[in-house]
Design a binder for this molecule. Sequence first.
Ligand SMILES: CC(C)(COP(=O)(O)OP(=O)(O)OC[C@H]1O[C@@H](n2cnc3c(N)ncnc32)[C@H](O)[C@@H]1OP(=O)(O)O)[C@@H](O)C(=O)NCCC(=O)NCCS
Length: 131
Amino acid sequence: MRIIDFAPEHLEQVVRLCEREGWTTFTQARELTLRALLAPGVVALIAAGEGGEVIGFAYALSDGVIQAYLACLVVAAGARRRGVGRGLLEQALARSGARRIDLLSAEPSAAFYASFPHQQARGYRIALGPS
Ligand SMILES: CC(C)(COP(=O)(O)OP(=O)(O)OC[C@H]1O[C@@H](n2cnc3c(N)ncnc32)[C@H](O)[C@@H]1OP(=O)(O)O)[C@@H](O)C(=O)NCCC(=O)NCCS
């Protein structure tokens, strides 16, 4: 497994990984998704399997110094519990330049995030308009 920077040729596989989780935001407009993933301050990484296929994806937003936010993390169902998610999160934080990374977590991934050193706090996701 290799963790490398996201590039436009990974887009379709990333969209499909997200769709399998029921996440359709990236599906709606490919060109906007690409702009988001290549925007300044964004760290977008993929985990590539033996054949170069995308088995995981993470993207974070960072000020480059102190604070980063994890916007998305997903590992293909057949590649879980092998350290791919941990590798992606650790690399996203390291490459962001930030000291810490915050995130919103849904219940099924609670055990994963709790496996890192962390403090837990309540959060909100505000969307003024479509999210
Ligand atoms: C959450 C997710 C990214 C974890 O990826 P992963 O590659 O399986 O995670 P890792 O193998 O790096 O796990 C690291 C540690 O987290 C914990 N962990 C991970 N998944 C777990 C689970 N399902 N149940 C309990 N503990 C879990 C374990 O402590 C694990 O270490 P171990 O395997 O040595 O016991 C993956 O399950 C996933 O993509 N889920 C669906 C999408 C999702 O929920 N994303 C997060 C949205 S907020």
